[in-house]
Design a protein around this ligand. Structure first.
Ligand code: PLP
Length: 363
């Protein structure tokens, strides 16, 4: 029997009343709610990853390489643009990378600014590290402008700012001039969260802006385009001094030998691993066209998901689809739902189901 509830415990003040991150994890046939890559990893790549894991298991009596040198070299090679291994860092998901950044550069008396609606983990990571969170609302079309971003950064002078591009949950691409203006507008750490960068074929990664900008940090992940969410591998490209700062807060041996082996093997096959990206983009565009045709408002997206407005009752549509084994995301944005782009078959099922609900979705 449970004898204690959360409210009986001497919890830190800034955690009182918070809810843990909690996207539903239902084993449904069509799962399009957390922007995973629903395309499976090709069999030959699976075989090579398994062989690498088998070799790594023989060494797990020892602690893993604390500096995960081979993986960092592989990540540097994957990103290109002359990046060196000492500019790369990785952790168990980019969430852990972001947490380490907040541990090193945030904390009590310091602040983190981001432009909402944006990734729901930012405020949770802020409170977990006792960093004040400053939300600044995006314009109605969700697109950041240099003037708006510069004004917010000058006014609040945060210690850390995060620009999410493409932005989750709106899909909005992030323009290079906004990043450049933001960097010059304040003295703090500027993080560009590029979790969805590979899906935004029209724009180059912000890693090209790193030379001469030691306060610019580009966060990436293998969770989305690489179909690797279950492995937990996020990474960062930045000045080598930033990497030294993160070494001060990381737990020793934070990346297991198995994680390092699996990720290094997957990067060897990056071309095959990323082959699904163009299909996902075309399913996204097909879904956008179909929903527009049905009268919904589809926001421009550079990611593997769409934010869709025009639902009379988003909660009712969410429930109606869930009852049919289709899971999408209700983020509490008025009239809106977020939908991950899946395989061709999943997209067809979803379009048919929403079409059957009629104009505006379920009531
Ligand atoms: C999915 C996502 C991440 C990735 O998190 P991981 O911990 O790497 O799985 C990071 N940022 C944003 C905005 C995301 O949507």
């Amino acid at each position: 029997m449970r004898v204690t509830s959360l409210s009986d415990l001497p919890l830190r003040d800034n955690l009182v009343g918070l809810q843990p991150y909690g996207a539903p994890q239902d084993p449904v046939p069509v799962s399009l709610n957390v922007n995973e890559n629903t395309h499976p990893i090709p069999d030959d790549v699976v075989a090579d990853i398994v062989a690498s894991l088998a070799a790594a298991v023989r060494g797990v009596n020892r602690y893993p390489d604390r500096e995960f040198t081979e993986l960092r070299e592989a990540l540097a090679g994957y990103l290109g643009h002359g990046l060196k291994a000492d500019q790369l860092w990785a952790a168990n998901g980019s969430n852990e990378v972001l947490q380490q950044i907040l541990q090193a550069f945030g904390g009590p008396g310091r602040s983190l600014l981001s432009f909402t609606p944006t990734y729901s983990m930012y405020p949770l990571l802020a409170s977990g590290t006792d960093t004040a969170w400053i939300p600044v609302a995006r314009p109605a079309d969700y697109a950041l402008t240099t003037d708006g971003v510069v004004a917010a950064l000058r006014e609040h002078q945060p210690d850390i700012a995060i620009l999410c591009g493409p932005n989750n949950p709106t899909g909005t691409p992030l323009e290079r001039e906004v990043i450049l203006a933001a960097y010059d507008a304040f003295d703090g750490i500027l993080i560009v969260d590029e979790a969805y960068q590979e899906f935004d074929a029209e724009r180059e990664s912000a890693v090209v802006l790193l030379p001469g900008r030691p306060r610019l940090l580009v966060s990436r992940t293998m969770s989305k385009a690489f179909s690797f969410a279950g492995v937990r591998l996020g990474y960062l490209a930045a000045d080598a001094a930033v990497v030294d700062a993160l070494r001060l807060v990381r737990l020793p041996y934070h990346l297991s030998a198995l994680t390092q082996a699996a990720a290094t093997a997957a990067i060897r096959h990056s071309e095959t691993m990323l082959a699904a990206v163009s299909d996902i983009r075309s399913q996204r565009d097909r879904l956008a066209a179909a929903l527009t045709e049905l009268g919904f408002e589809v926001h421009p997206s550079g990611a593997n998901f769409l934010l869709v407005g025009g639902f009379t009752n988003p909660g009712a549509t969410f429930s109606a689809l869930r009852a049919q084994g289709i899971l999408i995301r209700d983020l509490g944005i008025d009239g809106h739902l977020r939908i991950t782009a899946g395989t061709e078959a999943e997209t067809t099922i979803l379009i048919d189901a929403i079409t059957a609900l009629g104009p505006g979705g379920a009531r």
